[in-house]
Write a protein that binds this ligand. Structure first.
Ligand SMILES: Cc1cc2nc3c(=O)[nH]c(=O)nc-3n(C[C@H](O)[C@H](O)[C@H](O)COP(=O)(O)O)c2cc1C
Length: 207
């Protein structure tokens, strides 16, 4: 599918067919997330793919009971870790860019010593925000590949992350950000409204 078409076609799907999703399709969706850009190539995203219905129900329950969270054959629990924003994690990520010519040793050292570039210098809360931001880019990419695979998804952010964290027995350094139920659509909704371009875009100056 052409990219513009996938962008225009994508909309939140909240009803799913009771039809399993091929693993290759799930892998393609995850690969789309993997290719997303991230701050210094930190890639702090982590994805837990759940197909077991009992586990899914447990997560959905912990998520505050939104029915769509357990209504698809696949539930991707979208997590992030601040590990990749520690001095070591961020440093390793920058290091990975050196052999491909996207970073130099000198620039890496500058980045890691400047709080404009290195979130670890601003503390845990800022690292958490940055990790969540990067994850959201990956999930946005994934939602487009979902469409490309003939599937549907709804991004579920209204959750109680700590409850899901407990249900999935996650380590302390990983936090749950949102859920992405994925399946074959059982609805064909019209595109949801958007603000006019002239309300959100300004050329040369604001207002
Ligand atoms: C970060 C994020 C969190 C969201 N959380 C929820 C949610 O908890 N439950 C839900 O039904 N939809 C959720 N949505 C879907 C939005 O309601 C939806 O994207 C918006 O209404 C526009 O509709 P569309 O996606 O069909 O274009 C979320 C979307 C985003 C981007």
């Amino acid at each position: 599918m052409e990219l513009t078409q996938a962008i225009q076609k994508r909309c939140s799907i909240r009803r799913f067919k009771d039809k399993p999703v091929e693993k290759e399709k799930i892998i393609k969706i995850l690969e789309a997330g993997q290719r997303a850009p991230s701050w210094g190539n930190t890639q702090p995203w982590r994805f837990i793919v759940i197909t077991d219905k009992a586990k899914m129900a447990e997560v959905a329950q912990a998520a505050g009971g939104q029915p769509q969270a357990a209504g698809a054959p696949v539930l991707i629990v979208c997590c992030a870790t601040t590990d990749d924003f520690t001095k070591k994690g961020h440093g390793d990520a920058l290091e990975s860019l050196i052999p491909v010519g996207a970073m130099t040793k000198e620039l890496k050292d500058i980045v890691l010593q400047n709080d404009v570039f290195a979130p670890y210098l601003r503390g845990d809360a800022y690292m958490t925000i940055k990790a969540g931001e990067q994850l959201m880019i990956a999930v946005a990419y994934m939602t487009l590949e979902v469409v490309n695979q003939g599937l549907g998804a709804v991004w579920v952010g209204a959750i109680t992350p700590k409850e899901i964290h407990k249900a999935l027995n996650l380590p302390d350094n990983v936090f749950v950000h949102s859920l992405l139920p994925v399946g074959y659509p059982d609805e064909d909704p019209k595109p949801r409204p958007r603000k006019d371009l002239n309300k959100i875009v300004f050329w040369e100056k604001y207002g």
